[in-house]
Design a binder for this molecule. Structure first.
Ligand code: UD1
Length: 418
């Protein structure tokens, strides 16, 4: 087990370059098997979820190589359409492979996927999208068997704008003859990045970032070299860490326009935020002010992946804040640990009421999921005394050595393996 040991009270200052987005890299890795040629991902972060995805691709027959910060995927010997059970259970994005495996083999078998323990996370929207493309989907004893012999382009409507389901169907449709129109799709920026990647491979897709995506099927795709977009959630997390410590930091490689909802809340808390083309500077006040209300929503609303970090800030702000989690039904696991640090958070269903306290105190806490773990680190940076965050490997799923980023910005934080 990995433990992050934090000595609180250090003000964060300085500059850091944000790494590429996990949520862009994972679907792009899945899409790389839509061609038989090699894909090279530049600036690919070393994340646990990326390593899991690479393992799954290897099991399917791909050759994967990493070095110089890049990851190459060679799917020339891709020969399996069945996802390995143990690996697929570890990472939810294994489900993204359904669309691309179907496109390549016209059949696919997967187990119900795993991932963060943040709610039920069903996959009905993925399966419904594929069924609307003519895929015959059968669920048998924990396995999902898809027969894509009669797949055809057409229209696909989503009851809810699921990020993963949108991406999956985009991949499944990329090589289908004719036009597929996807409506009520998710508008997250990583979907636009997937569209850009697929188009660089030779696909013909438009509309990502709006409610409707149109895919004109092409005969074949080619291997490319591509640099995935920067991680808006890593940027938001580092800004929150600076805000928690009264800090003054500048981040580069930041997709500012994808972070407006986050900037707005941080400004409400008293932070000064200066946006540049692809950089941002945050100057925090001595004491944060409560933001009153925050509701998570699909993009461009407030991202659920920043909710936990904002809850940590609300815990130390002056006044009362209310947080409503609309995207996932069980995403307040960090509240109990924050309370152990002296916070006053009351959770009732999807709502958390946070009465800000003057001071948090260091203690032993445990990461329960990726973003909740990051929130505990943020609380630890501001707390009096020492905080130990256990199960830090969960944080490594989405942050490339968080302790190095924060250490470079002046935090006193180190990793112990126990
Ligand atoms: C993606 C992100 C994740 C982020 C989430 C919401 C990746 C790898 N992960 O996850 O970091 O928190 O978007 O922004 O990109 N749902 C169903 N049925 C389905 C699919 C989803 O009911 O078939 C529900 C989920 O349980 C959840 C909501 O829809 O309550 C949103 O999920 P979705 O947008 O699909 O998130 P992911 O793609 O899993």
């Amino acid at each position: 087990m990995n433990v992050l040991r934090i000595h609180g009270g250090r003000r964060l200052t300085g500059e850091w370059r944000v790494h590429s987005a996990k949520n862009a890299v994972l679907p792009i890795m899945a899409a790389s098997i839509l061609t038989g040629e090699e894909t090279r991902l530049e600036e690919c972060p070393e994340l646990v979820d990326v390593a899991y995805m690479a393992d799954i691709l290897r099991t399917l027959g791909c050759r994967i190589h990493s070095g110089d910060g890049a990851l190459t995927i060679d799917p020339q010997n891709l020969n399996r359409h069945e996802m390995p059970d143990a690996l697929a259970k570890k990472i939810r994005s294994s489900i993204f492979l359904l669309g691309s495996i179907l496109a390549r083999f016209r059949k696919a078998t997967v187990t119900f996927p795993g991932g963060c323990e943040i709610g039920l996370r069903p996959i009905d929207l993925h399966l419904s999208g594929l069924r609307q493309l003519g895929v015959d989907v059968r669920e048998e004893g924990g396995l999902i068997r898809c027969d894509g012999r009669h797949m055809r382009a057409g229209t696909v409507h989503f009851d809810y704008p699921s990020v993963g389901a949108t991406e999956n169907v985009m991949m499944a449709a990329a090589l289908l003859k004719g036009r597929t129109v996807l409506s009520n799709v998710a508008r997250e920026p990583e979907i636009t990045d997937l569209q850009n990647f697929l188009n660089a491979m030779g696909a013909c897709i438009s509309g990502a970032g709006t409610h409707t995506v149109t895919v004109e099927g092409v005969d074949r795709l080619r291997g490319v070299s591509y640099c995935p977009m920067p991680d808006r959630i890593v940027a938001g997390t580092l800004l929150a860490a600076a805000a928690a410590t009264g800090g003054d930091i500048r981040l580069t490689n930041v997709p500012c326009r994808d972070l407006y909802a986050v900037f707005t809340k941080m400004r409400e808390m008293g932070c000064e935020i200066d946006e540049e083309e692809s950089a941002v500077r945050l100057r925090a006040p001595q004491r944060l002010t409560a933001f009153q209300q925050l509701q998570t929503q699909p993009h461009p609303g407030f991202p659920t992946d920043m909710q936990a970090q904002m809850l940590a800030l609300a815990a130390m702000a002056k006044g009362t804040s209310v947080v409503v989690e609309n995207v996932f039904e069980n995403r307040f696991a960090h509240a109990g640990d924050l309370n152990r640090m002296g916070a006053n958070v009351l959770v009732n269903g999807r709502t958390a009421v946070v009465q800000g306290v003057d001071m948090l105190y260091g203690t032993h806490v445990t990461a329960r999921d990726l973003r909740g773990g990051a929130a505990l680190v943020i609380a630890g940076l501001a707390a009096r005394g020492e905080t130990l965050v256990e199960r830090a490997e969960l944080i490594d799923r989405g942050y490339e050595r968080l302790e190095e980023m924060l250490g470079a910005l002046g935090a006193e934080i180190r990793r112990d393996s126990v």
